[in-house]
Design a protein around this ligand. Sequence first.
Ligand code: GFB
Length: 315
Amino acid sequence: MSFRPGSRVYVAGHRGLVGSAIWRALSEAGFQHLIGRTHGELDLLDQQAVQTFYEVERPDYVIIAAAKVGGILANSTQPAEFLYDNLQIQNNLIHGAYRSGVKKLLFLGSSCIYPKLAPQPLKEESLLTGPLEPTNEWYAVAKIAGIKMCQAYRRQYGCDFISAMPTNMYGPNDNYDLQGSHVLPALIRKFHEAKVSGAPTVTCWGTGSPMREFLYADDLGRACVFLMQHYSEEQFINVGFGSELSIRELVEKVQRIIGFTGTAVWDTSKPDGTPRKLMDSSRLFQLGWRPQVDLDRGIRLAYEDFQKRLPRIAG
Ligand code: GFB
């Protein structure tokens, strides 16, 4: 049976930024048998619990969007959790999928798997050609192990397990906790709160010079559905937007969209992270997939979502 609306699809991490976007994309494509478990319902660190879940639910297809994630500060201050949790979660999900005969599995990694100084734009072939960016090497090592798990299970057991590497993501259901979040949700929250309180300045981290590429979560959701339908290679595949901007330019954009009239100041005691991280997504683009949401529209949509969820975020 091929990947089609009648299939039973388990989305691991279905409440998060990426997982909820995959869930929306599958629903829009007509999939009716979607399976999700909250953290309270299924602890993905517990191998036996994951195995039992597979035996009871018997999904045909699995998409892994569950991971311990965070921005530059969380990554650099919680190395043990980023390494252990991610290895456990993905090992339990990938090995469990093999044992229960899942037909196809998509594992999601991250653009930080690439060496810090790899040639830009980042091509899939650059994996393991140099040292990683130190602020997120723990997360990156776990994600590289996930790619290798999929490749190894394909080689040894013939499993149709594939991997995709998304660039920096943002959108609905993002994490707005300022210590743990990525840059875009942090800026949305900081500029909104400063606008409301009338604060004269907003403090941004680093120098503003790093370059980043951003993809709206629903674009990644659609890309995942596309890959489940059209891609079955051992080679993992990049999923990016195709253009980049500096963090300083991003700050100006978010400030303008939110309407904060004060000044952005820079706390250079905070890390810049990797200097540049632009994906070469031509492999995926050649297959016929394209993103639909540009950065301006995506930030407006994300800001709407933030305002809707504000009572819960602030409380
Ligand atoms: O998004 P971010 O936390 O992570 O930071 P990375 C991107 C850039 O934005 C860095 C700057 O240069 C930050 O210094 N920045 C400016 C801020 N103001 C802020 C702020 O208020 N909050 C945050 N968080 N950043 C992540 C990795 O790297 O990329 C993860 O840590 C993952 O492992 C993810 O791979 C995709 O882009 O540097």
